[in-house]
Design a protein around this ligand. Structure first.
Ligand SMILES: NC(=O)c1ccc[n+]([C@@H]2O[C@H](COP(=O)([O-])OP(=O)(O)OC[C@H]3O[C@@H](n4cnc5c(N)ncnc54)[C@H](O)[C@@H]3O)[C@@H](O)[C@H]2O)c1
Length: 460
């Protein structure tokens, strides 16, 4: 049912804004005063036209912003949700719920009629990913950094909070380690206190540059503990170790998902993952960049398959790690050509020097997920790629039209008001929550432009 909620403040602000703009326009429309011999108030016709055009332009932009604000409050229509009685309805915490995967998981849990709380510091997540639920009685958003403890009463915890793409997690390696180590410790502590089921979003990166192919869960991995990817790889490995320790010592019910490369709508356009990079470059007709010779392999799963795997795992009694990925394997060069053809682009392919510690082969062995969860990926890569291409097409169009209108945007920060590079020091949750993700990996780029960051060809 549509929810109507128009606050007095919003109406007052809207009315005042329109009155002020109206007054300005009528002032400019007044006939130009007759030239006074010594008066300073002379405005010629060209200037008056210019001012009038400028006011109209700004009024248009303000009205658009105002409309958006009002639309959020008047007649907000939420996506459909099932009804569940109190006995069947679970209280579910999703850390990192404003991110790419987290927001799709939130959609699925909300659709099932559960009460969902998102804890996110917006380090790499975006409010727009979950905006459609804000205000819903079953939904709650808490802006919080998981490095700090939090006390909530919940039945299940999906712990996804962590930057996931290489440019994001390498941007501040110490923060990445702390999020995965201290953050996971805090969430396991919460699970122990309130006896909640705990699911860790781990990664295929725990296998490092694997010597076994495809990778089964029994493989211990081949990780460089001091390489550029270690902050993430080792962070996730210690997170798994902590989960198992809490299970054995404190009887916390745990689940560990080892997630392989995942793609789909709501991927961050600037996150430097191979799928987003290739699609954006192909759509812009820019050279598609491959690091190395392109013979390294990856396999890609569509996000809805991952979400169904995560939910099956959470609601199972499986506590051993489980690979969730699509075994459909591509060389990076073949994948670049495939994406270019699907976009119908004539972009060139550019070869760049190989990245350090880039895994050469990556393909999940998903026998365990099949046998223990009855899970296999359902969405063919081509179908998923089409949906993702459409999403990026819309994002690029929106970005262009926002720039054309010069609307205020969250990432158009004035100098000094936001993060400008990896050297800045931000030490607490409140400060981090102010950092807009779009500028995190971008230190020397034009604002408002989608810029594909250097990719080391790995999604997680
Ligand atoms: N997408 C993939 O291909 C993939 C592959 C393997 C593993 N994973 C794992 O899945 C999870 C989600 O990945 P994603 O692709 O959605 O990444 P994402 O960057 O889009 O989402 C991560 C979310 O966590 C939030 N976050 C980061 N640090 C936080 C902190 N300290 N406190 C609170 N919130 C914080 C971010 O703001 C963001 O909303 C991650 O744990 C990632 O390691 C993803």
């Amino acid at each position: 049912m549509a929810k109507i909620q128009l606050t007095k403040n919003t109406i007052a602000i809207a009315a005042l804004g329109l009155l002020a703009l109206g007054a300005l326009v009528s002032w400019v429309r007044q006939p130009t005063p007759h030239p006074q011999p010594h008066g300073p108030a002379e405005i010629d016709v060209a200037t008056s036209d210019y001012i009038e055009r400028e006011i109209q332009r700004r009024m248009h932009a303000s009205l658009l912003t105002l409309n958006k604000e009002l639309a959020l409050q008047v007649g907000k229509v939420y996506p459909p949700t099932e009804y569940r009685n109190a006995g069947e309805r679970k209280k579910i915490l999703v850390t990192g719920g404003a991110g790419f995967v987290g927001s799709h998981l939130v959609d699925a849990l909300m659709a099932q009629g559960h009460e969902v709380t998102v804890v996110d510091n917006f380090y790499t997540g975006r409010r727009q990913n979950i905006e459609h639920w804000v205000g819903h009685p079953n939904f709650q958003l808490i802006v919080h950094d998981v490095q700090e403890p939090i006390f909530l009463q919940v039945d299940q915890i999906y712990h996804l909070a962590s930057p996931a793409s290489p440019p994001h997690y390498q941007h501040n390696p110490i923060k990445t380690i702390k999020t995965n180590a201290v953050g996971t410790l805090n969430m396991l502590g919460l699970a122990r206190r309130v006896k909640a089921e705990f699911l860790l979003a781990s990664t295929s990166e725990v296998y490092g540059d694997p010597e076994v192919h495809p990778q089964p869960e029994s493989y211990w991995g081949h990780v460089n503990p001091i390489g550029p990817r270690a902050c993430y790889d080792e962070g996730k490995r210690v997170a798994e170790t902590m989960a198992v320790a809490y299970q054995q010592q404190e009887q916390v019910s745990i689940h560990i998902a080892r997630i392989f490369n995942t793609f789909g709508p709501r991927m961050h356009p600037n996150d430097g993952r191979v799928v987003s990079n290739f699609i954006i470059q192909a759509l812009q007709g820019k050279p598609i960049t491959i690091y190395g010779e392109g013979q390294q392999t990856r396999s890609f799963q569509y996000v809805s398959d991952l979400v169904s795997g995560l939910m099956k795992l959470m609601n199972s009694n499986v506590s051993v790690p489980v690979n969730l990925g699509n075994p459909d394997e591509y060389s990076i060069l073949d994948f670049a050509t495939f994406v270019r053809d699907e976009v119908a682009s004539d972009a060139a392919i550019a070869f760049m020097p190989a990245s350090r510690d880039d895994p050469q082969r990556r393909k999940p062995d998903i026998l365990r997920a099949e046998q223990l969860l009855g899970w296999t990926p359902q969405v063919p890569v081509r179908e998923g790629i089409h949906k993702t291409i459409e999403y990026f097409r819309r994002e690029l169009r929106l970005d262009m039209s926002l720039n054309a209108l010069e609307l205020p945007r969250s990432d158009k920060k004035s100098p000094g008001s936001g993060a400008t590079g990896p050297k800045r020091k931000l030490n607490n949750a409140a400060q981090w929550s102010d950092v807009d993700p779009r500028i995190l990996p971008r230190t020397a780029v034009t604002e408002g432009e989608f810029v594909v960051p250097k990719d080391d060809e790995e999604a997680a």
